[in-house]
Design a protein around this ligand. Structure first.
Ligand SMILES: C[S@@+](CC[C@H](N)C(=O)[O-])C[C@H]1O[C@@H](n2cnc3c(N)ncnc32)[C@H](O)[C@@H]1O
Length: 355
């Protein structure tokens, strides 16, 4: 029985202060984050956002028919999602798109549908289920669940999941690449190489802004083979090249600037130093190496970096996010001189070193 008087609430015969209740509510909200993420994932998986017309409200029954779902279950799902701003209901009980729900459409320029798919994909779910054991052992929960690392799992067991993962990474990068490209000062650089540059969107964005540079995308053969849209096609760069290779072995291209965007966070310190040394080995004297990552700070402001660090711990065998000091130590171990750190509006940081 609950009985509320000014400032306190009686729960089972004991007074509970407003502060205690607020803490309880906050903790409950944090715990229910898993339900919200799973709900958005299911909406993406079912193609609900794609089935709802962009500018016309629709009845739940019609959306259910288009998505092959149960109307009552979908009604409850949409009502809950709308409480978080994902879809909205009009006074007639029809649903319409919001700024957030549009992002779940496959045809949105800023679509986050693939990211929603991987957020609670079965492989993530199974790996995160072993987090407690992983914290005890210090080992990757993913390897514990699947007996191999995530890349081997995608290649050997589930290439379709791997393709969604790669596409999600490319989608997320598209959102930040242009903003990041404007933050990179190319100064007098002639040749810029993006090491592990994925599908080439970032180096293409840089080339677009700096048509006089020689732009190079260095990637694994497998990733280059999977690229359907030729990188750099839209960029009027003087020269745009792709180079296949393994950055753990060597980077056989001499450049003035080496970009490593969301690459170092895949690796432990040993491998990170090795990749940085491989950049330095092929660099011109005075060349710049720019690592682009989130930075963990002591304050409360680096929540995304800290959460990504957890995701790296769970699904990547050796990956981690780092503090500024830890990046400087990696540079020093690789024989590089740490220079500037620039925080960009996206939260990604440019962490530079000189060869
Ligand atoms: C996390 S993704 C980052 C992609 C891109 N830089 C971005 O920010 O979107 C890491 C990239 O490194 C590439 N990669 C991983 N191991 C590699 C290796 N040994 N040699 C070359 N590329 C590699 C992967 O193919 C993948 O595209």
């Amino acid at each position: 029985m609950t009985n509320s008087t000014a400032g306190t609430t009686e729960v089972s015969g004991r007074d509970v202060s407003g502060r205690e209740l607020a803490a309880f509510e906050t903790m409950h909200r944090l715990l229910s984050g898993v339900w919200v993420a799973r709900l958005i994932h299911a909406i993406a998986e079912l193609g609900v956002a794609d089935a709802l017309p962009l500018d016309t409200p629709a009845l739940v029954a019609d959306i259910a028919a288009a998505t092959g779902t149960d109307p009552d279950a979908l009604h409850r799902v949409l009502r809950t999602a709308a409480a978080f701003g994902v879809f909205a209901a009009d006074p007639d009980g029809r649903y319409l798109h919001t700024e957030l729900s549009r992002l779940l459409r496959g045809d949105e320029p800023n679509s986050i549908r693939n990211a929603a798919l991987i957020a609670c994909a079965d492989w993530q779910w199974q790996a995160w289920a072993r987090l407690t054991d992983g914290i005890r052992s210090g080992r990757s929960a993913f390897a514990d669940a699947f007996g191999k690392d995530m890349w081997a799992y995608f290649a050997e067991d589930d290439p379709a999941a791997g393709a969604v993962f790669q596409q999600a990474m490319a989608d997320l990068a598209t959102m930040t690449d242009r903003a990041l490209a404007s933050a990179v000062d190319l100064a007098d650089a002639e040749t810029v190489i993006d090491v592990g540059g994925g599908h080439g969107h970032f180096i293409a964005a840089l080339a677009e802004r700096n048509p006089d540079i020689e732009a190079v995308l260095f990637e694994s053969e497998a990733t280059l083979a999977g690229i359907t849209e030729k990188p750099g096609a839209a960029a009027p760069a003087r020269h745009f090249a792709t180079r296949a290779g393994d950055f753990r072995e060597a980077i056989d291209y001499t450049a003035d600037i080496y970009l490593l965007k969301q690459v170092i966070h895949l690796f432990d310190d040993e491998m990170s130093v090795r990749v940085l040394r491989n950049c330095a080995a092929s660099a011109k004297p005075g060349a710049r190496i720019i690592v682009i990552e989130r930075i963990i700070t002591d304050g409360p402001e680096s929540v995304p970096a800290k959460l990504f660090d957890m995701e790296m711990f769970v699904v990547q065998s050796q990956g981690r996010e780092r503090t500024e000091r830890e990046f400087a130590e990696l540079f020093e171990r690789a024989g590089l001189r740490p220079s500037e750190v620039t925080v960009t509006p996206s939260g990604m940081c440019l962490i530079e070193a000189i060869v």
